[in-house]
Structures are given as C-alpha cells and as structure tokens.
Design a protein around this ligand. Structure first.
Ligand code: DX5
Ligand code: ZN
Length: 219
C-alpha cells in the first residue's frame, strides 16, 4: 500500500494543530517529523517539546526522521515521546544494532536512513532487522530542494533486494517530491512518500493531497 507522509517542516507552526486536522480529514496515515541538530545537518528544526505536543494532538502515525549525531544518546527519549517510527541516519552512528534492538524491544518501528552520497549496499546487512528504509532524495537539512535523480536507482535496487529476500520492510523516499515527479519514485518501488513544501506551501492542502492519492491509485 502506498502511503503519503507529509513533512511538517514546511508547515505553519503557529497553526500546526489546524494543519494536522486537515491531514486527518484527508485520511493521512503517517506524519513526517524532521528533527535536526545543527551538527549532522546545517539546520536546526524542532525537538522534543514539539513532538510531545503533536503526540497529544493526533493519533496519526508519527514518522520521525532524526538528523542528529549519535542518535543513541536519545533513543529512550524518542520512544517515550510516542514516536511510532524512529528513523535514524546510517551515517550518524556506529551503534546501528544497539539502536535497532532498543527500538524494537520497545515495540516501535525502526527505520534506517541514507543520504544521497551513501551507497545502498552499506545498509543491506541491516535490512532484515528494519521496518523501514528511508532514502533521501536531497541532501538532508532543508525543505524545498530539487530531487537528486540518482536516488531513483537506489530505490529500484532496494526494492529488488527487499522483494527478492521476501522482507517486509517499507521503502520511503524523502526530499524533492512534487506532484509531477512522484510517479517516477513510485515506479522505482517506493511505497512511503514524504512531501513537505508541495503540500504545506499550497493554500488548498486538501486538494493537493487528493491529487497525490489519485496518482497512488495507479500503483
Ligand atoms: C529534509 C527533510 C525533508 C523535507 C522534505 O532534510 O528530511 O523531510 O521536509 O521537504 P520537501 O518535500 O520540500 O523536499
Ligand atoms: Zn525528513
């Protein structure tokens, strides 16, 4: 099943609850939350208190994307905040299996994320333990960038590996997705689609979500 995971990085934070209600009304299952530390990426976004407030405001699945160095320092806190999916970057840590085990033992879903310059082969040994692989379509750090086309080959290769090995790992793409290039990532085999600016910068967010859902029906 194809899922849309709107990234609230481009939302109006003063009206966040209102914007979350629009997503709920449109039947959105995942909400993508970008946490940046100003070290792993050259930007600082939102942190723990905001996630706590979002958790109280909605029952949608919280798909958290942590762009922070040594995420192992905060795994307990991410779990207790009520994140449902915890994505950490392959490049940000040496303690991959410790992190995976901790998240799984807490009955949360674990995702591993790769930046555009990281080869998909690096994460193959971990895929059998993961619930999700998150492929970046842009250099992490900012919304509104252009999609890096070479990410398509990575998605195709990962889709092939997941299917051939009969794994149940979701394949998510994040960054640079717009209504006019989403078919390409769907064809390549992604099944969770993060969209930030193309939804939140529109006046009519419901209308654009409906357009994505129309395209998803073809896959
Ligand atoms: C970038 C973030 C993305 C971002 C996507 O580091 O991980 O989730 O919000 O934004 P768009 O869809 O505008 O590229
Ligand atoms: Zn993200």
């Amino acid at each position: 099943m194809i899922k849309l995971s709107p990234s609230i990085l481009s939302a109006n934070f003063v009206r966040l609850e209102e914007e979350l209600k629009i997503l709920e009304k449109e039947g959105i299952q995942y909400v993508h939350i970008d946490v940046m530390d100003g070290m792993f990426v050259p930007n600082i976004s939102i942190g723990m208190p905001v996630i706590k407030s979002i958790r109280k405001a909605t029952n949608m699945v919280l798909d958290a994307h942590f762009m922070i160095v040594e995420p192992e320092r905060y795994i307990d806190e991410f779990i207790s905040l009520g994140c449902d999916i915890i994505n950490f970057h392959f490049e940000a840590t040496k303690k991959h299996m410790d992190i995976i085990n901790k998240i799984k033992n807490a009955n949360k879903k674990v995702g591993m994320t790769i930046k555009p310059n990281t080869s998909y082969e690096e994460i193959l040994p971990f895929i059998k333990y993961l619930d999700l692989v998150l492929v970046m379509g842009v250099e992490p750090g900012f919304g509104g960038q252009s999609f890096i086309e070479s990410s398509l080959e990575k998605i195709s290769a990962l889709r092939k590996y997941i299917d051939e090995n009969n794994l149940h790992c979701e394949l998510e793409i994040d960054g640079g997705i717009k209504i006019d290039n989403v078919e390409k990532v769907l064809k390549a085999g992604a099944n969770v689609i993060v969209v930030g600016s193309d939804i939140f910068e529109k006046d009519d967010k419901s209308a654009i979500i409906k357009k994505y859902n129309e395209i998803f029906k073809k896959f």
